[in-house]
Design a protein around this ligand. Structure first.
Ligand SMILES: Cc1ncc(COP(=O)(O)O)c(C=O)c1O
Length: 395
């Protein structure tokens, strides 16, 4: 593929944030103050669970956004090296080879890879414009229980805000229904992982309470978030609010990994929140991504109306496209044609637990790191590749 690619290939594939929005100047301006106030703490080891003042901020922000009473034990909140590390650690703790994990289909493909590496059997529940089809969840769990594997069902993984890859959020009624469904089965207690990585990147519509907020006893749902998307992925700082029974286990694992995530990053984020830099940056990001998303969807409308289906997302970084019967897979002729035209996308097949039987025509486009000019050119190239259909055989 790399040989086939045009020299000026535009990637609409990478799920990166826009470098232009990273708060480099704002941070450079306060660095002397930061070092004066916190330099020695930032350069020292931190703690395994992470900086207390930042954990306190994380918890109070979630409680405020969710409109739930405060007072949860701060010990339940841990910082991690990106939320990816917490996903990995939870998987290591919960899943033995052959255990079952339920995810949406499609789902965040990096995490599907983590689950595969752990030897999990992944059961995919179809998703639509309101996220995972929770109405199909009970039947899926019943099938697992009937097959005598109820005890092997260890986790349910769900992205609740502006999903990667579909851009969809799990609707409020499905959030409640998901928990009710899980609780309706006696004798099985899968951990529900709520991945809220994109929650802060909402730019249309309203924030809705998390799935975690409906878990009144706070013992079934692990809420995972990250500072990567709203602030800086380079600082590699994520966070989790965990059921009590998992806290010690995660801490032991984490200590074995790294004695705690980088205290420099945590001190810097904490300082940036105190100075108002963080919230100002989130406001800028929302406007930037809203404009890029509108631009991408406008280009799609101009170039591909009637040839592909998509829904304009209300946040996040992704547009999910349905090209019907066109095979968008990595080994398909359309992918090669796009590479020749000089545009890359994420083939939808990567995002399905059962890749071999994944629907053929899906793809993920990202408007995150790409410039406005390249978004326009990239979508035009997709359209050109599709127009050349007869030359690549139509599939
Ligand atoms: C849905 C989702 N969850 C988790 C992550 C992990 O992000 P990080 O480790 O940077 O916090 C990503 C990154 O793209 C993501 O898309």
């Amino acid at each position: 593929m790399s040989k086939a690619m045009a020299g000026d290939t535009i990637s609409l594939a990478a799920g990166l944030v826009d470098s232009a929005t990273l708060p480099a100047e704002e941070i450079a301006a306060v660095m002397p103050d930061f070092f004066r106030e916190r330099g020695r703490l930032a350069l020292q080891y931190g703690t395994n669970e992470g900086l207390e003042s930042l954990r306190r901020k994380v918890l109070s922000r979630i409680e405020k956004a969710d409109g739930v009473p405060g007072g949860l034990d701060l010990g339940r909140v841990l910082l991690s090296t990106g939320s990816q590390q917490m996903l990995y650690i939870l998987t290591e703790i919960m899943v033995d080879p052959g255990d079952i994990v339920i995810t949406a289909a499609p789902s965040y493909f990096v995490y599907l890879g983590t689950l595969e590496t752990a030897g999990a059997e992944i059961v995919g529940i179809p998703a639509d414009e309101n996220g995972m089809r929770v109405d199909l969840l009970a039947a899926a769990i019943e099938r697992i229980v009937r097959a005598g594997k109820g005890a092997s069902l260890k986790m349910i993984y769900v992205t609740t805000y502006y999903d990667n890859p579909t851009g969809a959020s799990l609707s409020l009624d499905r959030r409640k229904a998901l928990l009710e469904t899980v609780e309706s089965f006696d004798g099985i207690r899968p951990l529900v992982i709520e991945d809220a990585a994109y929650r802060d990147l909402g730019f249309a519509g309203k924030d809705v309470p998390s799935l975690w907020s409906f878990d009144e006893r706070r013992d079934r749902v692990a809420y995972l978030g990250t500072f990567s998307k709203p602030f800086s992925p380079g600082l590699r700082t994520g966070y989790a609010v965990l059921p009590e029974e998992l806290v010690e286990k995660v801490k032991i694992f984490k200590c074995g990994h790294d004695f705690g995530s980088a205290s420099f990053s945590q001190q810097l984020i904490d300082f940036a929140i105190d100075r108002g830099i963080y919230d100002r940056n989130v406001a800028i990001l929302r406007k930037t991504y809203a404009a890029k998303c509108r631009l991408m969807c406008g280009c799609l409308e101009r170039e591909l109306a009637g040839l592909a289906g998509w829904r304009e997302p209300e946040g996040g970084l992704y547009v999910w496209l349905d090209f019907g019967d066109v095979d968008t897979g990595l080994d398909g002729a359309f992918f090669s044609e796009c590479a020749r035209e000089g545009v890359l996308y994420v083939p939808g097949e990567f995002c399905y637990p059962d890749r071999k039987n994944a629907p053929k025509g899906r793809m993920r486009l990202s408007f995150g790191p790409t410039s406005a000019a390249d978004i326009e050119k990239g979508v035009a190239r997709l359209s050109a590749a599709l127009s050349a259909r007869s030359s690549w055989g139509g599939r």
